[in-house]
Write a protein that binds this ligand. Sequence first.
Ligand code: PGA
Length: 249
Amino acid sequence: MRTQIVAGNWKMNKNLAETETLLSELAAKLPDTKAEVIVAPTFVNLASAVKALDASDIQVAAQNMHFESNGAFTGEISADMLLNIGVDTVILGHSERRSIFGEDDALLLKKVETALAKNMKVIFCFGEELEDRKTEKHFEVVASQLKNVLFGLAPEQWSKIILAYEPVWAIGTGETASPEQAQEMHAFIRKTIADAVTPTIAENVTILYGGSVKPANAKDIFSKPDVDGGLIGGASLKSDDFIAIVNAI
Ligand code: PGA
């Protein structure tokens, strides 16, 4: 049985007071669930989030990190700094990091290698752009994103990898991939990993769907056999919506 996960990517939202309010609401409303629940507040609020969730089952992730351990990298945060405040999970490769901040596969490979060397869990995001889908290149694009960053990993490193398929055209747009489109791509991802890595790893890896998941569509998406949960942006910023999505698992 694969681990099911609902993760909230708060992006550049919520100041300290708002973070504390949302976290206390989430902790109070969290249902008994078989899903792992993760939230990713901004860097400046991670330490207080870890403290606020001390007695809760909700885990805390960072939205990014640098691949070096320290040094002259103005504005950056290292794996050791995250681990030092109790954060052992990091989102890497989000489409906003790729498109707005120019992160490419070569850079992401270094980040993933560092995170795994530090024994962190990685939520690795990837997905095609609208143009790729229109020109029917979406499978090819996704296969290459996976290959370039993950296919050189040692088999035992895969236990720390969580995949998040996020078609760029569905992120923050209100446009969701249909449950069938999500299932089709997730099945393709599993098959690609089975062929390139091992069938066991393909079977065991958690694959989240992300892109305009809301309470109204979560159940249909999560009901698909190869979808193991979601990475939630906008709807993770309201406790009732996020909890409703957790309940859809
Ligand atoms: P969204 O964002 O749910 O607001 O579409 C998802 C994401 O960017 O992870």
